[in-house]
Design a protein around this ligand. Structure first.
Ligand code: HEC
Length: 182
């Protein structure tokens, strides 16, 4: 075999390799386009499924209600009374007692928000609307300033969900007709 023939063979092998690489490259490129298309398709199919999302949302809401009600069911009045020490500097809780820096909290659960007559509520709280349900009170007491931005209640909040449940159970008791537990 002459050197010339060996060169020819080597050259054809090289060409074959180059073609192979080019085909691979083009193939990859096409596959990528297809891949992108399939992504787009998957996205388009996803859209109508928002309905499933909202049902999932509902289940989590229910779970939250459930956890509040189960926490309240196992909450302690005595512990709640102790936690109220954190509020007592600013709030009275007895029937007919005066408001201090904050409004009187007698009969608070399910009371209309910002409804103690004669108390100068912040604009934020007086315009907030609705009643103090267990759920809303729980969120407010977690981080008052975040729940009602602009409130003039200067209190960092109660981080511990059990503390909040104990306190709410005790607050519920400060009423002539404590509302039924959820
Ligand atoms: C440093 C004083 C201060 C402390 C401590 C404090 N509060 Fe308040 N609270 C206020 C003030 C002031 C308001 C009125 C807020 C407004 O008008 O925005 C208020 C409002 C409220 C309201 C709304 C009442 C209504 O009539 O709508 C609730 C409920 C409440 N506080 C509960 C608590 C609880 C429970 C604690 C203890 C964990 C507590 N607060 C601790 C000052 C305080």
């Amino acid at each position: 075999m002459s050197g010339f023939e060996i060169n020819k063979i080597l050259a054809s092998i090289l060409v074959a390799i180059i073609i192979f690489v080019i085909i691979g490259f083009v193939g990859n490129f096409i596959a990528k386009i297809n891949y992108n298309e399939s992504l787009v398709k998957a996205y388009k199919i996803d859209l109508p499924e928002t309905s499933t999302d909202s049902t999932m949302q509902k289940t989590t809401d229910n779970e939250m209600d459930e956890s509040i009600s189960s926490l309240l069911a196992s909450a302690s009045l005595a512990k709640g009374e102790k936690i109220f020490n954190k509020c007592g500097a600013c709030h009275n809780y007895k029937k007919g007692s005066k408001s201090k820096i904050g409004p009187n909290l007698w009969d608070l659960i399910n009371r209309q928000k910002a409804s103690v007559s004669g108390f100068a509520y912040s604009k934020a709280l007086s315009e907030y609307g609705g009643k103090w349900t267990f759920e809303e009170l729980d969120e407010f007491l977690y981080k008052p300033k975040e729940y009602i931005s602009g409130t003039k209640m200067i209190f960092l909040g109660l981080n511990n969900v059990r503390d909040r449940a104990n306190l709410m159970l005790w607050l519920r008791q400060q009423s002539d007709n404590p509302i039924p537990l959820p």
